[in-house]
Design a protein around this ligand. Structure first.
Ligand SMILES: [Zn+2]
Length: 443
């Protein structure tokens, strides 16, 4: 399993600290692939739904989204469709250079194509949303307007983007409400437009998704649906040849992977996915894979680095279901990492302090002398102290310090109403802590 990373080396504590600066525990986990024993994987389709036919059309004029659904169903596969709401609000606009990232609009994206916004999106194509749901496929949020969440790199500097975190959340809410009102369907996963994470004032897509209660839908394998090649045949080949090569090297390579594709046109206004998907599914099926929705994949295997059936995996999953933030932002558990006080606070109080964290960043007021307002665990630490589950001395929380046996006992007594046996350790790892809590909960 090349994707299973051990987080902490022999120098556990130092290593744990170093890792923490790169990635933190987070209510929103970035899901790109998961650790799973079986041959299962998922496929996502962006930017639809699309009522226009495939281009070139080998499917007698049927809407592209319907064509994709039918192909998937023939193989017993279920897709995850990242839909938009309506892109017609982005005019006046003009066409960018064909074959460039601005092929469908210079200032905004227009789906399925420039001046044809009424042929795409959940608002204009409710029949396609109904068709997807009837086929057992999953719908995820790709935002209502597909405006980028914030301004990024030079390439996109001339594009329109959302002006604030509020605007991003309002846009996500609009699509959420569309699916809820129209189909009683609760969206749970989201991928930011053009995968841009920055939001004005130092926020990120993780903040927006936390406010929505979403998980971050990323991907681990590019189904090559976006970039144009010299001709259509080359584009279709690009959709499945790399997959074939990888499976020849290692038939297990796609276990737990999330493959991305387009439910729409590529930059050259063609839809190689319509002819490439069948080959992909045949390859995967021949190798014993089942293609499931991302939610089903997560149901079977929630984490990136630890199997759900392992002792630590079982314990962590139990806590996850109770609303604990057990995983890091990259969806790893890093069970060998030493548990710090900041992490302990975040695990238990991360979800309930999502809004408070954002208010803290805005106000610039620090809750502790050693935790700034932008510290990712500051709000959770403040809450942990208020509940009596944790303590601070002289206005210092000591977020980087390892959790002591006495601190673990205090935390468990207050948060769970049960006290673990006081050990004599000088630190406890994340994995040891999960199993300790799971044992306590069983008593
Ligand atoms: Zn997109």
């Amino acid at each position: 399993m090349p994707f299973v990373k051990k987080a902490a080396g022999p120098a556990g504590r130092d290593h744990g600290r170093k890792e923490k600066t790169a990635v933190q525990l987070s209510p929103v986990r970035r899901i790109d692939r998961v650790a799973v024993q079986e041959r299962i994987c998922a496929m996502t389709f962006d930017d639809g739904p699309c009522r226009l036919p495939a281009s070139p059309d080998h499917f007698r004029g049927r809407p592209l989204t319907q064509v994709l659904a039918e192909i998937l169903e023939r193989y017993g596969a279920r897709g995850t469709f990242n839909v938009v709401g309506d892109t017609s609000g982005g005019y006046p606009d003009k066409l960018g250079k064909p074959g460039s990232p601005f092929w469908n609009g210079a200032a905004c994206d227009h789906f399925p194509a420039f001046r044809q916004d009424d042929q795409g999106g959940a608002v204009h194509c409710p029949e396609l949303i109904s068709r997807l749901l009837a086929g057992g496929h999953e719908i995820a949020s790709h935002s209502y307007t597909h405006l980028m969440f914030g301004r990024t790199s030079l390439l996109y500097s001339s594009r329109k983007c959302q002006p604030s975190l509020e605007a991003v959340v309002a846009d996500l809410r609009r699509l959420h409400k569309t699916l809820e009102d129209g189909w009683g369907y609760p969206l749970r996963l989201s991928r930011p437009p053009r995968c841009v994470d920055v939001i004005k004032n130092g926020f990120t897509s993780y903040d927006a998704f936390a406010l929505m209660g979403y998980q971050y839908l990323a991907a681990s394998f590019d189904g090559a649906g976006c970039l144009p090649q010299s001709n259509y045949q080359a584009e279709v080949e690009a959709a499945w040849r790399p997959m074939e090569r990888l499976l020849l090297e290692d038939p297990d390579a796609f276990r737990g992977q999330i493959i991305t594709q387009q439910d729409g046109f590529n930059m050259a206004c063609r839809t190689p996915v319509a002819d490439g998907l069948e080959n992909q599914l045949r390859l995967l099926t021949d190798h014993g894979y089942k293609v499931v929705t991302v939610s089903e994949l997560l149901e079977r295997a929630p984490f990136r680095d630890v199997m759900a059936e392992s002792r630590e995996g079982r314990a962590a999953r139990r806590l996850l279901r109770l609303g604990w933030c057990v995983a890091f932002q990259d969806n790893t558990l890093r069970p060998d990492t030493v548990l710090t006080r900041g992490e302990l606070a975040m695990m238990a109080f991360g979800w309930e302090t999502v809004r408070r964290r954002i208010e803290m960043v805005r106000s610039g007021r620090a809750p502790f002398r050693d935790m700034g307002p932008r510290d990712p665990y500051a709000a959770a630490a403040a809450r942990a102290m208020e509940t009596g589950a944790m303590s601070a001395v002289n206005g210092r929380f000591r977020p980087e310090d390892p959790v002591s046996p006495a601190e673990a006992a205090q935390f468990c007594a207050v948060r769970l109403g049960r006290t673990p046996p006081l050990g004599t350790w000088d630190h406890i790892t994340h994995g040891e802590f999960f199993t300790l809590i799971a044992e306590l909960l069983e008593k």
